[in-house]
Ligand binder design. Structure first.
Ligand code: C2O
Ligand code: CU
Length: 462
């Protein structure tokens, strides 16, 4: 089993404070000298997958180093490109000034090999975010990491916290990779996906990694009986939606895409690529080790972590492919989720509505870069209606804004990535055009994005 970082809440706060200093958040301003930036160094590296080394690209580790700030801090990261090609970093879910958004040829020139770039902006909004490369399908390798912005005053109380990044993985394991010869589950694991009613992609990914670990070497989350854990679950996969559940432990959803919702208790999460959920898990008066199951939607494969009650013997580990019954239970639907801080929409109707059909990898009948920008005006209330006529689900992500999903409650969740169901699924969301620039709106299936499933939202002087 993997040694996993197990930090108490106190430890995390200390780490946050340390990073805030490292990132130069000294407040006050007026000084001409910028404090040291946090270095982020993408480059070729090897990753140990349950004893077999594979070659990949990453930010030193997979996932990359956790970036943790407090609301109102300045993120200051220096990208030093050790890759053999250009790269950028995108701060998924944050709403930085447009020039800091890390989109090649839209907001910046890619940073050349050996080149450097300083990302620097204030992060006023707390939440669970991610950073990742945004050139081609670089994200499909190990070029991603967690980015957590803590509130100044944490309203939730919990004992420990874990970040779990879920990824589909192919580097180094395509045909005769480590999965076939290290005695563990085969890459196309024996776990049966059930009827393929939901599918987010079509490529082959032999492995599912949780925090860079395959099922044979799962991350271990420790907790004492009676503890309350906070999990920040993030889907950073290129081509795979996941279901996520903890055997014997319901999940109380507190945030979607980092934004708070009224707590609702469910059995299972469904996460499209780019989506994040924060959940609380109550540890009972019991012991043992419990499977945390990560099931790809509509395809074979299997990922997992283990929840271990402190002091339980190692022999209590669940079998690699043990399937938590909760995976087949009740998921959190958009309609179940009520925003704690809804967008401040004015009375009346939206100023502008775009009604867009998602068909194959076209958005509104167009394929980027041969696509018109969605031009809005600063200050407008903008509505997007997305109608998916295709056979795949599409997790649609808007850069630079938080949007509110329209649900019958009128208080739908505030998100930045929303999965639009296949075969007639319709999702409507609203946002306020208060962050001028050229912003990508795209499917977070990276192959769909590469195939042109992108539009720009443009306003201001951009
Ligand atoms: Cu994670 Cu353009 O996105
Ligand atoms: Cu898609």
């Amino acid at each position: 089993m993997a040694e996993d970082a197990s930090l108490t809440r106190r430890g995390f706060l200390a780490l946050g404070a340390g990073l805030a200093v490292a990132a130069g958040c000294r407040g006050g301003g007026g000084g001409a000298t910028a404090a040291a930036a946090l270095p982020l160094q993408p480059g070729p590296m090897t990753l140990d997958l349950a004893g077999s080394e594979v070659a990949t690209w990453g930010y030193g580790t997979v996932p990359g180093p956790e970036i943790r700030l407090r609301a109102g801090d300045v993120l200051r990261v220096r990208l030093d490109n050790g890759l053999p090609e250009g790269t950028t970093v995108h701060w998924h879910g944050l709403a930085p000034p447009n020039a800091m958004d890390g989109v090649p040829r839209v907001t910046q020139v890619p940073v050349e090999p050996g080149g450097t770039f300083l990302y620097e902006f204030r992060t006023p909004v707390a939440g669970s975010f991610m950073y990742h490369a945004h050139v081609g399908v670089q994200l499909d390798r190990g070029l991603y990491g967690p980015l957590v912005v803590e509130p100044r005053d944490e309203p939730l109380s919990y004992d420990r916290e874990y970040v779990l990044m879920l990824d589909d993985w192919a580097d180094g394991v395509e045909e005769t990779g480590p999965h076939t010869d290290h005695g563990g589950v085969p890459a196309e694991s024996a776990v049966d996906p059930g009827p393929a009613t939901v599918s987010f992609g079509g490529r082959t990914y032999p492995l599912v990694l949780v925090n860079g670990h395959p099922p044979d070497d799962p991350p271990v989350l420790e907790g004492r009986p009676g503890d309350r854990l906070r999990l920040r679950v993030m889907n950073v996969a290129a081509d795979t939606g996941f279901r996520f559940a903890v055997a014997g432990h319901p999940l109380t959803v507190t945030h979607t895409d980092g934004m708070p919702v009224e707590p609702v208790t469910v059995d299972v999460l469904r996460l499209g690529m780019g989506e994040r959920y924060d959940v609380l898990v109550e540890l009972g008066r019991r012991d043992g080790a419990w499977q945390i199951g990560v099931a790809p939607e509509g395809r074979r494969g299997w990922g997992r972590a283990v929840l271990r009650y402190t002091g339980s013997p190692a022999s209590s580990a669940p079998p690699v492919t043990a399937w938590p019954a909760e995976l087949d239970g009740r998921p959190a639907e958009h309609a179940d989720l009520l925003a704690v801080e809804p967008l401040a929409l004015p009375p009346g109707r939206p100023d502008r509505v775009f009604d867009l059909t998602l068909d194959g990898t076209e958005i509104g009948g167009q394929s980027y870069p041969d696509a018109d920008p969605l031009t809005v005006a600063e200050g407008e209330w903008v509505r997007l209606v997305l109608r998916n006529t295709g056979a795949k689900w599409h997790p649609m992500h808007l850069h630079g804004h938080h949007f509110q999903v329209l649900t019958p409650s009128g208080r739908g969740p505030v998100k930045d990535t929303v999965a639009v169901p296949a075969r007639g699924g319709v999702v409507t969301f609203d946002f306020l055009a208060t962050n001028p620039g050229k912003w990508l709106f795209h499917c977070h299936n990276h192959h769909h994005m590469e195939d042109g499933m992108v539009r720009l939202v443009r306003y201001g002087s951009a």
